[in-house]
Design a protein. Structure first.
Length: 256
């Protein structure tokens, strides 16, 4: 049935092309009354053609939904883009966000505001430079708390086979409405202990790369249970923060 419908659409399309090709060729000698009528029909058709082309170009210029492509260093043995930056969420946003609220399965917001004036939402990326289909946007209005962070749980595959010889890399694109300090902290739970490494993100509007070298930790490789990342925002009041992309990878550090 679908093949038949496609064939009929092809026939109609071909007939339409022939009809307007003939009209264009006859236009120089066409009687003025007929020419006026054909111009009206062509303008009406042209409006919808322009609309179709504009929508198609806009959609096709965006990163494809589900695309998981991003560059990784040589020797990478694990890589991951969280679903929030990759696929549409069933619930795209939250307002007046309470602490410990989740957006998607992996991301949780933490703060100590007495009264929340925060909006957290997934947005569609559309810039030519964007590789991630979606981004995360946080609008912060009045903020009477002392901390604000988003916590991202890393999947089990991130800690399977994890060694002290690994370098963990986080790559992100952050857009800030006003300058503010952003910190990334990796947390790895092993037995009763949790190793933490903190990195300050450089003030850069482009791609930001930070690496966590596990060689300088007291990590017990045999007891690793899980890992998560905190993104901590200092003095975020009256600002808009957009994370256009967020990816993770790991690789063994070079041996000397």
């Amino acid at each position: 049935m679908q093949l038949r419908s496609a064939f009929v659409d092809w026939i109609v399309h071909r007939r339409g092309l022939r009809r307007w090709t003939r009209a264009a060729r006859r236009a120089p000698e066409m009687p003025l009354a007929e020419l006026r009528s054909e111009r009206s029909k062509a303008r009406h058709l042209l409006y919808f053609l322009h609309e179709m082309v504009a929508i198609a170009e806009n959609r096709l210029a965006r990163p494809i939904v589900g695309s998981n492509a991003f560059p990784t260093p040589h020797g990478t043995d694990w890589e991951w883009r969280p679903a929030l930056w990759n696929l549409p969420l069933a619930s795209r946003g939250l307002s007046s966000v309470a602490s410990k609220s989740k957006l998607g399965d992996d991301l949780t917001l933490f703060h100590d505001c007495a009264w929340s004036e925060l909006i957290l939402r997934q947005v569609r990326n559309s810039r030519a430079a964007d590789l991630a289909p979606y981004g995360l946007r946080m609008d912060v209005f009045a903020f009477d708390g002392s901390f604000l962070s988003v916590v991202l749980d890393l999947p089990q595959s991130a800690v399977d086979g994890l060694k002290k010889s690994h370098l963990l890399r986080m790559t992100t694109i952050v857009e800030l409405e006003k300058p503010l300090e952003v910190f990334a902290r990796i947390n790895i739970k092993h037995g009763p202990n949790t190793e933490q490494i903190v990195r300050k993100l450089p003030p850069d509007d482009g791609e930001i790369v930070v690496e966590f070298d596990l060689a300088y930790t007291g990590l017990n490789e045999k007891r690793i249970e899980r890992a998560w990342v905190d993104l901590i925002f200092e003095t975020p009041e009256m600002s808009q923060i957009t994370l256009r992309d967020l990816t993770f990878s790991r690789r063994p550090r070079a041996e000397f």
